[in-house]
Design a protein. Structure first.
Length: 300
C-alpha cells in the first residue's frame, strides 16, 4: 500500500507540477520586454503598459485562486483561457490609450504675421480727353472803322466890319499862331498889323511882276513890299512867291515878334513896331480893338 501510495503520490506530484505552470508566463515576459523598451520612451506610454501589467497580474491571481477548487487540468485550461482573453483585451485597450496619448499635442502655431498689404497700384490715369474740336469760326466780316465825326467847323462870319475875304485872311493868320503855340495876344498883334499894312488883303507889288502870278486881292506900290504884312524880299523876309502865301507871311511875323524881349508886356503898337520898323509906329494902336474882336470870333 505504501509503495503504491508513494507511487501515486509521486505521479500526482509530477502531474500537478506540470499542470501548475502559469499559462500567463509568456504574456508577462512580453510585457516585461515591452517595459524595458519603453524606459526611454514617453512616460505616458510607460504608464499605460504598467496599467496593463497590473491587469494581467490581477488576472493571474484570479486564475490561481480559481484553480484551487477545480481539478488541476481544468483549472489550468480555464484560467489560461480567461487570463489570455483578459490580457488581450487589456493590452488592446492599453495600447490604444498609449497610441492615443503618445500623440504629442500639436504646438500652437505661432500666429503668422498678417501679410503686409501690398501698396495699391496707382490707378492708371485716365487719358486726357481730347478737347472737342472747336467749330470752325466763320470769318467775321471786317468791321469798318467808323471815324468819329469831326466837330462841325464854326461857321465863318465876318465881324468888326470885315468882309469874307478879309475874314479868311485873318483866319489864316490865327491858325499860323496856333501852330507855333503862341498866346492869343500874339494873334491880336498880327491881325492889327495886317489891318494897318494891307487892310487884311493879300497885295501884289507893282515892283514885282511875278507877284501877280499868285493869288492876290489887289496891289501896292510901297517900295518892293508884298503880301498881307507888306514885307520886303530885299530885307530878307523871303521870296516873292513865299511872301504871297498868307500863312507863310504870318509865320515870319510871329518869329520876329517872339525874338523881341518882353514883347508881352509892351503896348501892342510898340511891340508891332519892333517887328515892322514903320515910319508911323503908333498907327497900329487904332486897330487893336477890332483885331481883338476878330481873334475872339476865330478862337471860340
Amino acid at each position: 500500500m505504501r509503495g503504491n501510495g508513494a507511487h501515486e503520490q509521486r505521479g500526482v506530484g509530477r502531474h500537478r507540477a506540470a499542470a501548475r505552470q502559469n499559462p500567463l508566463t509568456s504574456p508577462l515576459k512580453s510585457l516585461a520586454e515591452a517595459i524595458s523598451r519603453l524606459k526611454s520612451a514617453d512616460s505616458r506610454k510607460l504608464m499605460a503598459v504598467t496599467g496593463l501589467v497590473g491587469v494581467l497580474g490581477a488576472a493571474t491571481v484570479g486564475g490561481v485562486a480559481a484553480g484551487a477548487g477545480a481539478p488541476d487540468h481544468q483549472v489550468t485550461l480555464q484560467t489560461a483561457s480567461a487570463s489570455r482573453a483578459v490580457a488581450d483585451q487589456a493590452a488592446t485597450r492599453s495600447m490604444d490609450r498609449a497610441a492615443t496619448t503618445a500623440v504629442k499635442p500639436v504646438e500652437a502655431a505661432a500666429p503668422k504675421a498678417a501679410p503686409k498689404a501690398q501698396p495699391k497700384a496707382a490707378a492708371p490715369k485716365a487719358a486726357p480727353k481730347a478737347a472737342p474740336k472747336a467749330a470752325p469760326k466763320i470769318a467775321a466780316k471786317p468791321k469798318v472803322a467808323v471815324k468819329p465825326k469831326a466837330a462841325p467847323k464854326p461857321v465863318l462870319r465876318p465881324v468888326a466890319g470885315l468882309d469874307m475875304t478879309q475874314m479868311r485872311n485873318a483866319q489864316a493868320i490865327v491858325q499860323a499862331g496856333k501852330e507855333l503855340g503862341l498866346p492869343k495876344r500874339a494873334y491880336v498883334a498880327a491881325v492889327a498889323c495886317a489891318m494897318q499894312e494891307s487892310q487884311l488883303y493879300n497885295l501884289a507889288s507893282t515892283v514885282y511882276a511875278e507877284s501877280y502870278n499868285y493869288t492876290n486881292q489887289g496891289e501896292g506900290s510901297d517900295h518892293d513890299s508884298v503880301g498881307l504884312f507888306q514885307q520886303r524880299p530885299t530885307s530878307g523876309w523871303g521870296t516873292v512867291r513865299d511872301l504871297m502865301q498868307p500863312k507863310y507871311a504870318a509865320t515870319q511875323f510871329y518869329k520876329a515878334l517872339d525874338n523881341v524881349t518882353g514883347w508881352q508886356d509892351m503896348p501892342l503898337t510898340l511891340a508891332i513896331q519892333e517887328v515892322q520898323v514903320s515910319a508911323f509906329p503908333y498907327h497900329y494902336a487904332k486897330h487893336e480893338t477890332r483885331a481883338q474882336q476878330v481873334v475872339d470870333a476865330l478862337t471860340r
